[in-house]
Design a protein around this ligand. Structure first.
Ligand code: XMP
Length: 463
């Protein structure tokens, strides 16, 4: 059924409306296959970086792409033969049909992902397609987004009361300030502390929100979350419990606001993509996607639902939100629960908070030069970082004593949208200092490791 719909859409777009088509990854495989080509399981699955070894430089889709340009792959199947009226326009060392065009038509397919940060000339390729081939205008700006969204929100919610769940992260903060600009005191925010936040995060963030003039109700519900998570080890079950408890706590608070009509959320585009269930499998259930509104009998308002994180940050700056809030690393809704492998206890959370705090503070304090020679904190060269508590103990020696304590993994990645990520190449001297500080200062930890996996095939979070 899904395939049939895709065939109809593709034919309709190109043959009837004459709109150019660009198939990406599965889209490229689908167009090749449904026109008589072959798609088969790849001998070696290809995830992560590859380089365009040969390509048609003059092709309108590939204009300006550099020799050996890095592209990001994420596929287990591969196109092994294309129909006669298709031509190959790019290859990598491992994938002969990395990009093709239907001869004489404005129809292309690419096996790699031009939309992700780690495809170095991906934006150029998309610009070639959208601007040069389709004639699109590049007229999106943060300021025009603020103007049109504030006007649309006024129209959408009128004089109704809106409640918004704040998480401390940039997405919900930007959504709140946007709404505050549109409807002022008719916005009430609720910030639930599930006890799985970073060290001192609840207190610090509440203070930031007060400074922004937001009306925020802070709820400490950590006892409930810890009780319900007791003994639970399965990652998806942890997420479900946290999602359910969050709804219950939030619902109870929201019911006290009797005139509320709308529920606003800081959901962004990648949250929605990764929670989609196209092939029968969800990658991860992000807890701010689905579930909430139906149970709460409120209409849903998601002003950032089409934006990527870098765009949300640009909007936040446009709204005058302080830089330390804008540049805060993303942090998952289920918090440290998805960074403690195995069951969750207050003691494990304490250990992880202390280790994480040393790592994050270390990144903030360690200065490096940026591309233009200016000093910046290492923290700002990293998309997201955090510590993970591993479910293993290992032998060590401290003083004259043998220890048998926990291992912590550190994860720091570069990215622009969290759809793909690479491990951050942190300086060895920095890692030596952080490892030393963690082992010396955090009681219960005697070993520190660094995670060097990219996404895909790994994900940013361990659970
Ligand atoms: P993964 O681990 O899927 O994470 O590579 C991609 C980005 O999403 C964040 N993340 C979440 N955010 N609820 C959230 O609000 C969640 O359940 C959740 N899971 C992952 C993650 O921290 C990264 O920025």
């Amino acid at each position: 059924m899904f395939r049939f719909i895709l065939v109809v859409i593709t034919l309709f777009l190109y043959l009837i409306l004459g709109i150019p088509v660009l198939g990406i990854c599965y889209g490229a495989q689908f167009m090749a296959y449904s026109n008589g080509g072959k798609v088969e399981p790849a001998g070696t699955r290809e995830y992560g970086r590859a380089h365009l070894s040969t390509f048609e430089h003059e092709n309108p889709l590939l204009k300006g792409i550099r020799e050996q340009s890095q592209v990001w792959m994420s596929h287990g199947d591969t196109i092994t033969a294309i129909p006669e009226n298709f031509k190959i326009i790019a290859s990598t060392d491992k994938v002969a049909i990395a990009a093709y065009q239907v001869k004489g038509e404005k129809v292309w397919g690419v096996q790699f992902h031009p939309e992700v940060f780690h495809s170095e000339d991906g934006t150029r390729l998309l610009k070639n397609f959208v601007v040069d081939i389709c004639g699109g205008k590049q007229d999106w700006s943060a300021s025009s987004f603020v103007d049109t969204t504030v006007a649309a929100l006024k129209e959408q919610v009128g004089n109704d009361r809106v409640i918004l769940g704040l998480s401390g992260g940039v997405d919900s903060s930007v959504a709140a300030v946007l709404l505050h600009r549109a409807i002022g005191k008719n916005l009430t925010c609720i910030f639930v502390d599930h006890g799985l936040l970073r060290k001192n995060e609840f207190k610090n963030v509440m203070h930031d929100y007060e400074c922004l003039g937001l009306n925020v109700i802070g709820v400490d519900a950590s006892d409930k979350f810890f009780k319900d998570l007791e003994g639970v080890t399965d990652p998806e079950q942890k997420r479900k419990i946290i999602g359910r408890d969050f709804v219950e706590v939030f619902n109870a608070e929201a019911h006290k606001i009797t005139d509320a009509k709308w529920l606003a959320q800081g959901t962004i585009y990648p949250d929605r993509i990764e929670s989609l269930n196209i092939t029968g499998k969800t990658i991860k259930s992000h807890h701010n996607v689905g579930g909430l509104p139906e149970e709460m009998h409120l209409s849903l308002c998601e002003p950032l639902q089409w934006l990527f994180k870098d765009e949300v940050r640009r909007v936040g700056r446009e709204l005058g939100i302080p830089e330390h809030l804008i540049t805060r690393h993303p942090f998952p809704g289920p918090g440290l629960a998805v960074r403690i492998l195995g069951d969750i206890t207050r003691e494990k959370v304490r250990i992880l908070q202390d280790a994480d705090d040393i790592f994050i503070q270390g990144l903030r304090d360690w200065m490096v030069k940026d591309a233009t020679g200016n000093d910046i904190a290492l923290y700002h060269q990293v998309w997201q970082a955090g510590a993970i508590l591993l479910p293993v103990q290992s032998v060590g020696v401290m003083g004259d004593e043998r220890t048998y304590e926990r291992a912590v993994a550190l994860r720091a990645v570069t990215s622009t949208d969290a759809m793909t990520a690479d491990w951050a190449h942190l300086p060895y001297e920095f890692m030596a200092k952080v490892s030393n500080d963690i082992i010396n200062k955090v009681k219960g930890v005697n070993r520190v490791c660094y995670d060097i996996s990219s996404k895909p095939p790994a994900t940013i979070e361990w659970e």
